[in-house]
Design a protein around this ligand. Structure first.
Ligand code: NAD
Length: 444
């Protein structure tokens, strides 16, 4: 029986391993983490992350061929294939601070693998890492190898939070990069056989190590760039009377462009896009390519601009001040169907409004009060005004808001600022609201 161990039981490690376990009943999968509360949660009825369909998948195989444990060393020592899915945040200090990936967690996982291994291992990069990381990992492992053969593979994860299970069941592609040596090819084949249990062969792409590592950064940079491109257009639409939804539809009909990822919004968030673009920028700079670095930096600049443009629009519409005014924020996670608030644009919006002394209430059924407190404190927010936090209640997510009742209870004029272009603006204007939608004329 093949044994898989995954180091890191987070948003990636948990769901990816649960799907491997459910699709490959003959493979034993153990997910390990240094965080006891996280492992306890994976072993409980209240999983540590919210993801549609995840509960059912975990329940189907937990205790059979899927296990969660804090006994990291034991399970690493016993595994044939080790996935490393630890966090790789942006460095906050030292060389490359603010841009480079912090590989501290990766390095300590690699050193631990070298310390405890007694048999040959395939070590799989599941985390998003800078191109050439496999070379560094190889050095760490082979310097301490004790005759053990280590093969490093890059198998980046392309799932999107909110649709992780769907993405893992039906991936557009699985990418595996390995060394072009006989042992390297054998390792690639072994991993391919795991995915071949449910992914059609034509969707499993094999490349060299560096192409696989770079493809993940490139994919996130391209996705984020599309959002910044449409958001840049939304500003021009507002200035000219064009409607960004009409523009998106018109350009998306071009098969070379395609319709996906063309919705204007308050900006992208999440733990990956900004971090991975900064990582790419740093790699370009280190490789003497400042023009390429500047090109990608602009994607983040437009995203920052879009967030501040939104806050400014709220404040300027409400007669240039929100001081003492009650503002309700509906939704705090970085997108729908997730409770993840890492780098959510809502933090910048709240910060902007609180900075102008608004009285802010926040409601998100998937986000806890603690999380919001921590996110805003983490961003060094100065709490000098009351802030009302609604406790999470997942059942409320399905309820339709009674906008007539909301309107009746609001001070007039009553405003709605739609950061995702999701409300029915026409209907709400019929009730009497002043509605701002991103990239649209005020009466559209
Ligand atoms: P996460 O923070 O949710 O999970 C990482 C886990 O690793 C944590 O639980 C942490 O305790 C654990 N960990 C750290 N060091 C460890 C060690 N030495 N031993 C055991 N456990 C250790 O992060 P995530 O969102 O799952 O992301 C993981 C990686 O996957 C990152 O590189 C990220 O860029 C990448 N990625 C994330 C997504 C996403 O949507 N979140 C998608 C694709 C790729």
């Amino acid at each position: 029986m093949v044994k898989i161990c995954c180091i890191g039981a987070g948003y990636v490690g948990g769901p990816t391993m649960a799907v491997i376990a459910v699709k490959c009943p003959a493979i034993e999968v153990v997910v390990v983490d240094i965080s006891k509360p996280r492992i306890d949660a994976w072993n409980s009825d209240k999983l540590p992350i919210y993801e549609p369909g995840l509960d059912e998948v975990v329940k189907a195989c937990r205790g059979k061929n899927l296990f969660f444990s804090t006994d990291v060393e034991k399970h690493v020592a016993e595994a044939d294939i080790i996935f490393v899915s630890v966090n790789t945040p942006t460095k906050t200090r030292g060389l490359g601070a603010g841009k480079a990936a912090d590989l501290t967690y990766w390095e300590s996982a690699a050193r631990m693998i070298a310390d405890v291994s007694k048999s040959d291992k395939i070590v799989v990069e599941k985390s998003t890492v800078p191109v050439k990381t496999a070379e560094a990992i190889e050095k760490i492992l082979t310097h301490n190898s004790k005759g053990i053969n280590y093969q490093i593979l890059s198998n980046p994860e392309f799932l999107a939070e909110g649709t992780a299970i769907e993405d893992l069941f039906k991936p557009d592609r699985v990418l595996i990069g390995g060394r072009e040596t006989p042992e390297g090819r054998k390792a690639v084949q072994a991993l391919k056989e795991v995915y071949a249990h449910w992914v059609p062969e034509e969707n499993i792409i094999t490349t060299n190590l560096w192409s696989a590592e770079l493809s993940k950064l490139a994919a996130n940079a391209f996705l984020a760039q599309r959002i910044s491109s449409v958001n840049a257009m939304s500003a021009l639409c507002e200035a000219t009377g064009a409607n960004v939804s009409e523009v998106s539809y018109a350009i998306g009909k071009d098969s070379r462009i395609g319709p996906k990822f063309l919705n204007a919004s308050v900006g992208f968030g999440g733990s990956c896009f900004q971090k991975d673009i900064l990582n790419l920028v740093y790699i370009c700079e280190c490789n003497g390519l400042p023009e390429v670095a500047n090109y990608w930096k602009q994607v983040i600049k437009i995203n920052d601009y879009q967030k501040s443009r939104f806050v400014n629009r709220v404040v300027s519409s409400m007669f240039n001040t929100v001081s003492g005014k009650k503002v309700a924020i509906l939704g705090f996670a970085f997108k729908k169907d997730t409770g993840d608030t890492r780098e959510t644009p809502a933090i910048d919006v709240c910060k902007g409004l609180l900075g102008d002394k608004a009285h802010v209430s926040i409601y998100d059924p998937e986000v806890t009060e603690d999380q919001i407190q921590r996110d805003l404190a983490m961003n060094k927010f100065d709490w000098d005004h009351p802030m009302h936090l609604q406790p999470a209640s997942p059942s409320a997510i399905k309820q339709e808001l009674d906008y007539q009742k909301i309107f009746d209870n609001m001070q007039k004029p009553a405003f709605i600022f739609d950061g995702r272009n999701v409300v029915d603006a026409e209907k709400l204007r019929g009730i009497g609201f002043i509605v701002y939608s991103i990239g649209k004329p005020l009466d559209a």
